[in-house]
Each structure stands twice: as C-alpha cells, then as structure tokens.
Ligand binder design. Structure first.
Ligand code: HEC
Length: 172
C-alpha cells in the first residue's frame, strides 16, 4: 500500500514538473499562421465555451424584437464586428484575418451561443484572442441589439437587410 501511494505521488510530481517544463521552456507553438494541433484547438474551444456558459447570465433580450432593433444591431455589426467576422453574402474565402483562436465567420458558421451569451462575449470579450471587450465604449442596448442581429443575420426580412446596408445620412 505504501509503495502504491508513493508511486501515485511520484507520478503526480513528474506530471506537474513535466507540464511546467513544457510551458516554461516555450515548447507550445504560439505562431498564429500555422494550424494548432487538434487537441490544442479542442481544449481551448471547450474551456472558452464552458466559461462563457458559466459566466453569462441567461437573461432574455431586454429589447423588443422590432425591425429598428435589428437594423441598429446590423449597423453596429457592420461597423464593429464584420471586419473580423465577415458580412452576410460576402465570404472571406480563406482571406480573413489570420489569428488563433481563429475568428468564426459568423454569417457562414453561425453560433451555438444564446443571445445572452453573445451579449456577454461582445461586452466582455474573450481573453487571449482578438475578441476585444466592446463594453468599454458601447452601451448595453447597442450590444443587445447586435446580439439579436447575430442570431438572425441570415434570415432577415429584405426591408431590414436593405436598411442595414443603406449608408447613414451624410455618408456616401
Ligand atoms: C478584431 C477581431 C474581432 C472583432 C472586431 C470582433 N470579434 Fe468576435 N471574435 C473574435 C475572435 C478571434 C473570436 C474567437 C474567440 C475564441 O474562440 O476564443 C470571436 C468570437 C466571437 C463569438 C463567439 C462565436 C462562437 O460561436 O464561438 C461571438 C458571438 C462574437 N465573437 C461576436 C462579436 C460581435 C458581436 C462583435 C462586434 C461587436 C465582434 N465579435 C467583434 C474576433 C473579433
């Protein structure tokens, strides 16, 4: 029994020292322009998703789901999100920004997150990724409208789509 416990302890020490050395010696690759290993991608993805699910309160969208809300959200998306996440109907075709974690092209892949979780991500950002915290400069209402839009960006009534694409007064 004693030997067994000693064996368990030793294995744990070797694993802890090994993991520390792996990180301390800089063995993990940090380049963004080569694809990560499958296990790295899935571990990072799993923990980000779990953390967002745990942190984001499951609130209903406080804004009424009107055309105005979707138009405001769509315009905000075009200004602040589409440079990274892409625009409906205009795929990047592999020519989007090259970062890791990669940027999901939302009009193509959609998202499993709920509106409350999209609001939370837009507001607080995701650490160690290009997803920055919009809450620093945007109001909650703007971020709830963009959350409503992201969930419906591919199934909008044509009039709403046209209003989003229309340049604001004074812009050409
Ligand atoms: C500078 C680039 C950049 C901009 C601008 C940006 N994002 Fe992101 N976004 C990212 C990256 C990178 C990720 C992936 C993060 C990760 O997986 O850890 C991400 C992830 C997300 C996700 C999670 C998608 C999923 O299913 O995994 C949502 C939702 C999202 N962003 C919404 C937005 C919204 C809304 C805006 C505008 C207010 C925005 N983003 C602006 C880079 C950006």
């Amino acid at each position: 029994m004693k030997n067994f416990l000693f064996g368990v302890l030793l294995t744990m020490c070797v694993l802890a020292v090994g993991s520390f050395a792996y990180l301390r010696l800089g063995i993990p690759e940090v380049r963004a322009d080569i694809p990560p290993s499958r296990w790295e991608a899935s571990i990072v993805n799993m923990s980000v998703h779990a953390s967002v699910r745990r942190e984001a309160q499951e609130l209903p969208n406080p804004l009424k789901l009107t055309d105005e809300t979707l138009i405001a959200g769509g315009k905000f998306y075009l200004d602040d999100c589409s440079g990274c996440h892409g625009t409906s109907g205009k795929p990047f075709n592999g020519k989007g920004p090259v970062v890791f974690p990669p940027i999901p092209e939302l009009p193509i892949v959609g998202t499993e997150y709920t509106e409350a979780q999209i609001f939370w991500i837009a507001k607080h950002g995701i650490r160690r990724s290009a997803m920055f915290a919009n809450g620093v400069f945007a109001k909650d209402d703007q971020l709830w409208s963009v959350a409503a839009y992201v969930k419906r960006m591919n199934s909008l009534p044509p009039a709403v789509q046209a209003a989003i694409a229309k340049p604001a007064e004074g812009q050409h």
